[in-house]
Design a protein around this ligand. Sequence first.
Ligand code: N01
Length: 865
Amino acid sequence: MNKPASVPDQFDAVVVGAGFSGLYMLYRLRQLGLSVRVFDSAGDVGGTWYWNRYPGARCDIATPDYTYSFDPELEKEWTWSEKYATQPEILDYLRFVADRHGLRPDIEFSTAVTSARWDEQEKRWTITTGRGEEIRCRYYIMATGCLSMPKSPDIEGVGRFAGQVYFTSRWPHEGVDFTGQRVAVIGTGSSGVQVIPLIARQASQLTVFQRTPNFSIPAHNGPAPADRLKQLDEDRDGYRHAARWSRLGVPNEPTDVLGVTASEAVRRERFEAAWEQGELVGIVSVFADQLLNPASNDIVAEMIREKIRSIVKDPETAEALCPKDHYFGTKRPCLDTGYFDTYNLPHVRLVDLRKQPIVSITEDGIETADESFGFDAIVYATGFDAMTGALVAADVTGRDGLSLKEKWAAGPSTYLGLMTAGFPNFFMLTGPGSPSVLSNMAVSIEQHVDWVAGCLEHMREEGLDTIEPTELAESGWNQHVQDCAAITLMPTANSWYMGANVPGKPRVFLPYIGGVDAYRQACDDVVGQGYLGFRMAGPGGARCQDGVIRSMQPDVAMVLDLIAALGLPPMETLSADDARALMAATAATRPPGPEVGEVTDGVIPGPAGDLPYRLYRPAGPPEGPRPLVVYFHGGGWVLGNLDSDDPLCRDLCARSGAVVVSVNYRHAPEVRFPAAALDAFAAVQWVDANAIELGGIPGQLAVAGWSAGANVATVACQLARDAGGPHISGQVLICPVADSDMTRLSYQENGDGYILTTALMRWFWDHYADPADRGDPRAAPLRGDLRGLPPTCIVAADFDPLRDEGVAYARALEAAGVPVRFDRARGHTHTSVTMVDVIISGAPVRAGIGEALRDFFPSAEPQGI
Ligand code: N01
């Protein structure tokens, strides 16, 4: 085509990358009738499967799943020959897809995009290629893959070696014959684990330089799994639907078996089944808690280590191959074919770089701290600058001259892993913040491409031509991505998921670990809520429905779903006795909380009879007296007892280092206001008077409580002040009932759905106090005189109807001159913070409470949990 040199080509969309995602993106954009240009620096389609041609390269998701699903005819026409296809076969498949849909004419091969700049005036991107072309487009889409930018080996003397040098990620097309050669392989990730057994077949000597041993299980390659093929034959749509709504993008029944509680026989049976199955989805799902609980993870890890020891004959080599410095699954596990067996061959040697690090690459080999090695060839299997490397390398400049590299200097920031604020009409496929590398890529790619295509179609229908996420939506998503990772063991490893493999790269968890299903739901919800968090504009007008799509802590949401599935009757529809029985039944199955040094039960003489108490003494030193905390349980003055808050009391005891005395008080409706508050005050007086007998330090006394327990705790403080004693060093109020006004915004926002509802709160009040009494400060402490109250720690939870009265109480205390530590339990409900060892994200909040208690008592030392 002839055109004046000054007029750039115009396209609706430019796509970078002609791999799995770029090909399907092109197909969908064409379907929309858009003009598209795809660029790829490779000489053909294939993306990662074009470049990673090393011997042994295969997919590690079974082929019935590692395949496009958008074209049913294609599925019929293509038959995979193996469970895990080789790189040449996958490349053939992608070529077949490109030809079948006539995609090649829109792809420019051997052409890299070198820069992309947003023109705010024109509302277009200007793309420059390595061939010096300039192209204008409305939409710029990076389909560059997550593992496409090789990491440059950070090893001294890399350029010095005079022999042959190979990178698994850029393998020569003509192949390599290592016959008779002395070969070094550096790196034992997925690429190393695949290439090492095959190089060993040719080389006269193979030396593997291992920095971190990796978990790997046998792939048991062979024909594609018959059960999967059968399911596909019988109900292809149903099978694909199940994959799209699964956690990992492969249909897989989630287990509820916990490693920590399963019997030894069940543990062994489940592990061996996963080992035999030879699939990543199986081995990462042996137990529901293996990526959450170190003890459960250790069970799987140790069973894999046992296998390694049973395969590798030399004990020292076997031990060096056993991963011990990271939890299983926190670095990408591998599937292998004869990897560990390879080390039994006489010409194969493992060099453990933890014992003898590489000092330098030399002209004729590698020098470690202990030895000099001579080689004919060195193979680098040293990995990639994952997830962000290819995106920032392309010199993308958004609005106001801001480059993506600058914006992401402290780590990537995206909305849904699809877009980033300041870069209008710039889409990423499987970008950071999306499930991508933690899922079956084929499924995640199709979902992203479909979402982008749906979005562009919507914009066209609405007369909109620019789209960009808001800062609020993006920061909310980033927070959610990190919240999801934080409840797992993933952030503990020095993995490429964390950016830890590239020196200087910010340490941030890059993919979204909430699951393919949860992610898809979030994307769908964004669309369902009018493209929540996106700013869109064009001739059709400007619109923005701003907000955060997921702000609840992921484990809190999960537990709420589980509770909803139980279909329990609402408490407020029950009698007080039935509600108590229901509460006791649900408490019976929960984890017990941490061990403490000593637990004893006793009774306190109350104003109208004995009040039972339970005393918790921390384990370990120091011996001798400790500060005392008098604790009051929650339950709306109607429910609860010493057992109901037992795990929480253990937790508070362990974290604070104080003796915790949990006191039961009289309950409504049998005994109404102000009995509970008077009991609480009497208990505080008695504990103070008996501090020495209880193992406490006289004069070092705090009160604490949750919900209605926090209400009576703070009322006791007001009564103690008015009575001139006892002296109280501090109060901890967890989601307190501070007022009887149920009209605050938090009631409107959270009154319907999160266990404590407006209806239940009304039921509690009706049981406890007459309407005429509800303004009394002994019922509504916010309405009392707050001067002279002890230093206070208040926790208020986002999704709690009581949130705003907690906030109001904190402000009012401050205004009255009381030192206040206010902790917002972000993403939590009224009950979730107290769910010890059930809701992991509550632990940092309780750590803050422990810290507040220790601050009340300078001498306190936690027992440590
Ligand atoms: O890269 P890696 P990869 N000195 O980063 C070592 C996918 N994939 O190409 O762990 C010495 O995992 C490094 O050591 P350490 C898959 O998602 C899939 O193997 O950093 N050693 C590590 O052992 C995979 O996870 C398939 O201590 C150095 C290795 O090099 C991802 O791609 C196949 C070093 C790099 O391992 C990346 O895999 C292949 C140094 N300076 C890849 N620098 C399938 O099966 C790095 N290492 C589909």
